[in-house]
Write a protein that binds this ligand. Structure first.
Ligand code: MLT
Length: 407
């Protein structure tokens, strides 16, 4: 008899954003004449930067010619892209990362979700609350957690991020092995300083733990004192893996390109305590289960680092940051306590009421979609997340409607 992985039965009915999409679709079906403005899932709306489009077209033309056609590429990504990433995103900031420590992939969501499988199932995982649901759900699927009860899974160390902690998790009191951190944070939009991140690196070194550092939103950082990468912190190479994405920085959510940095020094241990390089495990996993991002997409990603691409990507992020400032100012003027939106596309709003009720109110009365904070964890109860990813005119219209609804 074929049997299922029963850990899946512990999961909540559906993935947060699928759940929201279903509710929004039901609302739209019931009110076909209403314009719904989506500030929910962090999906970009602006077109790809012209430099990326140009490189994309050129690469597609190469695929149309027998002399330049390419079949399978290297699973870890083409050298032309890995070299640019290592040099421009890390070495230029003083972070010691080499080309062959970069693994190009089709998304940070996939990498964040897949990485846990190279670690033992009986380790202790520490996950922020609130959190991007992928970190938690993939550990549930792998069987590392207990059952779900009162908004929490058993056997998980939840790192509470609240107004009282400045939306930064405190170091856990119990011993943990795998730690998820995300900065600039999804969903709160909070940031971490180098000194605070150093405490986590020192903790991981002392505990022989590993930090999974999700930096998918680093391109929104506008304060140069903030770390863009965990590898700007001394000692991180032994204890950290970092995830980056072209999705938000260059509008690639529909094009798919991201990368993961696994330093050769990063070490995990066998049950007998023997050290093993994580790089070799991830290389084995990646080459076995993945066949590489398409050549034209990698050429388009490479163009992000061209002089024109840099200017265009900066303009793209500035565009969304202008939306974020508008959302934050409006919500603050309405009397809501907000964080995020300054180095992040997300504004975390204390709605002072049940998150789903607030979500329904905004959907039904203002026809605006946000994300209920409780969907990111128990500490998100009472909050909503508003995303700045949309066209400025729509954000203006959404905020006018929200103002009328909430006044
Ligand atoms: C979000 O809304 O949290 C993001 O879209 C998630 C993602 O990038 O997968």
């Amino acid at each position: 008899m074929i049997r299922i992985n029963e850990h899946y039965l512990k999961l909540q009915a559906s993935y947060l954003f699928s759940d929201i999409a279903k509710r929004v679709a039901a609302f739209q079906k019931a009110h076909p004449g209403k314009e719904v403005i989506k500030l929910g899932i962090g999906d970009v709306t602006r077109p790809l930067p012209p430099a990326c489009i140009q490189a994309f077209h050129k690469a597609v033309d190469e695929m149309a010619d027998g002399a330049t056609f390419r079949g399978y590429g290297p699973e870890q990504g083409y050298d032309f892209l890995r070299e640019k990433i290592a040099k421009e995103d890390f070495q230029a900031r003083g972070a010691d990362v080499a080309d062959d420590e970069i693994f190009v992939s089709d998304g940070a969501k996939c990498d964040n979700g897949n990485v846990q499988e190279i670690f033992a199932t009986d380790i202790t995982v520490a996950i922020p609350d609130p959190t991007y649901p992928v970190y938690l759900d993939t550990n549930v699927m792998a069987g590392r957690t207990g059952a779900f009860s009162e908004g929490r899974y058993g056997n998980v160390v939840y790192l509470e991020c609240t107004r009282a902690t400045g939306f930064i998790p405190a170091l856990p009191r119990e011993k943990v092995d795998l730690i998820y951190l995300c900065f600039p944070n999804n969903p709160t939009g909070g940031t971490i300083t180098k000194a605070q991140l150093k405490q986590w690196v020192d903790y991981a070194r002392a505990q022989k733990a590993i930090i999974l550092f999700d930096a998918a939103y680093e391109t929104f950082i506008r304060d140069e004192a903030l770390p863009h990468s965990i590898f700007e912190i001394e000692g991180a190479r032994e204890v950290a893996i970092e995830f980056r994405s072209f999705s938000k920085q260059a509008g690639f959510t529909g094009t798919r390109c991201a990368y993961t940095v696994v330093p050769k020094a990063c070490t995990a241990y066998t049950a007998a305590g023997e050290p093993r390089p994580v790089h070799a495990l991830w290389l084995r996993r990646h080459t076995t289960k993945f066949n590489g991002v398409s050549y034209p997409v990698q050429r388009a990603a490479e163009a992000v680092y061209s002089p024109a691409g840099r200017v265009q990507c900066r303009e793209l992020i500035d565009y969304y940051l202008r939306n974020a400032a508008l959302i934050r100012d409006e919500m603050t003027a309405l009397g809501y306590d907000c964080i995020g939106g300054d180095h992040s596309p997300y504004i975390w709003v204390n709605g002072k009421q049940d998150s789903w009720e607030f979500f329904d109110r905004l959907l039904e009365k203002a026809n605006v979609v946000c994300t209920p904070g409780v969907g990111f964890g128990r500490c998100g109860a009472g909050y909503i997340r508003i995303s700045a990813f949309n066209d400025y005119e729509k954000v203006q219209r959404a905020m006018e409607r929200i103002r009328r609804t909430l006044k």
